[in-house]
Design a protein around this ligand. Structure first.
Ligand code: FRU
Length: 307
């Protein structure tokens, strides 16, 4: 009973107009002029602790703002898998027309997403995959290819037999697994991993792990972090230890105001672009809502940024 009560305000909010409606009205759009958006999209974002996710939400919102026929409701799961599961179930109970989920982890989010899909709600999985194929469309870049490009870059730019510290993203999420596997392929026998730790995508955790690596290892040629916050945390640890000049720092994401800025400032040596897919997700959602066909998987482009 308390659960039903707590869903009611959301349901009312979803069914009434103007909850988080965007501007930029297009008079010709379906639903325009009636004062009510025609479709409600619920989005469950796994966290908003990192600049990349803040950017994803901004990209989603900007894209939704140009479609008055759509109402976008952005919910933040605060990096809590159980909260994200509940959030998806609440969106389903509230009767959203389409669900977008950027899941924290693969396995525990697979079932609630599959349930929503089987209940007839189209689901777009954005950035981090779930298991199986019980969703409408997956949108993201090829993380294995990005990892491979990073490994090849290290093989070409680091000293022979490079000693690499790998700061991994959350290894229960697919991008971290793929960025790891791809990197090993790209690196080949040009270097070796001398220290690996799961920093869970978090800068403070990366800094702590890097402090352990520095305390244990005299020779480090490269730090490969699965995201730019991780690479930046490692850089700060190495700088504090007076050793930042001894090694190369490689990250992933390449936001203009984060990773690319770090490269320009000379803190990082390379970063590989990982687009948020916000606009593509909204375009794809509209295609689905209008009854169109969309591919099961949409691959986003990547790019390399170096000094
Ligand atoms: C943000 C983030 C990004 C990373 C992506 C992978 O939460 O850690 O930095 O590229 O997730 O899913």
């Amino acid at each position: 009973m308390p659960r039903i009560l707590c869903l009611l305000p959301l349901a009312v909010c979803l069914l009434s107009s103007g909850c988080t409606q965007g501007d930029g009205a297009d008079e010709s759009a379906p639903g325009a002029g009636s004062g009510q958006p025609r479709w409600t999209i619920g989005m469950s974002q796994c966290n908003l602790g990192e600049p990349w996710r803040v950017q994803m939400n901004a990209d989603l919102q900007r894209a939704a703002d140009s479609h008055p026929e759509v109402e976008l409701i952005l919910n933040n799961a605060d990096n809590d898998t159980l909260k994200q599961r509940a959030q998806i179930e609440e969106f389903v109970s509230a009767g959203v027309d389409l669900l977008i989920v950027s899941p924290k982890e693969a396995q525990p989010l697979t079932e609630p997403i599959a349930k929503a899909y089987r209940a007839g709600i189209p689901v777009i999985v954005l950035d981090r995959q779930v298991l199986g194929d019980q969703y409408t469309c997956f949108i993201g870049a090829d993380n294995q290819a990005i990892g491979r490009a990073a490994g090849e870059w290290v093989a070409a730019n680091a000293p022979e037999g490079a000693k690499v510290v790998e700061l991994q993203g959350l290894m229960t999420s697919v991008p971290a697994q793929d960025r790891h596997a791809g990197f090993l392929e790209g690196l080949g026998d040009a270097g070796e991993i001398v220290f690996a730790a799961d920093m869970q995508w978090l800068e403070p955790q990366a800094r702590k792990e890097m402090e352990s690596a520095l305390a244990r290892l005299e020779d480090i040629d490269v730090v490969y972090a699965h995201n730019d916050p991780g690479a930046h945390g490692a850089y700060l640890a190495a700088k504090a230890a007076g050793r930042a000049d001894e090694m190369l720092f490689v990250g992933i994401d390449a936001l203009p105001h984060e990773g690319v800025a770090y490269v320009k400032q000379g803190l990082l040596d390379a970063t590989f672009e990982y687009p948020t897919g916000g606009r593509v997700a909204i375009d794809t959602a509209l295609e689905i809502l209008r009854g169109g066909e969309v591919p099961k998987s949409i691959e986003l482009d990547t790019a390399t940024h170096t000094q």
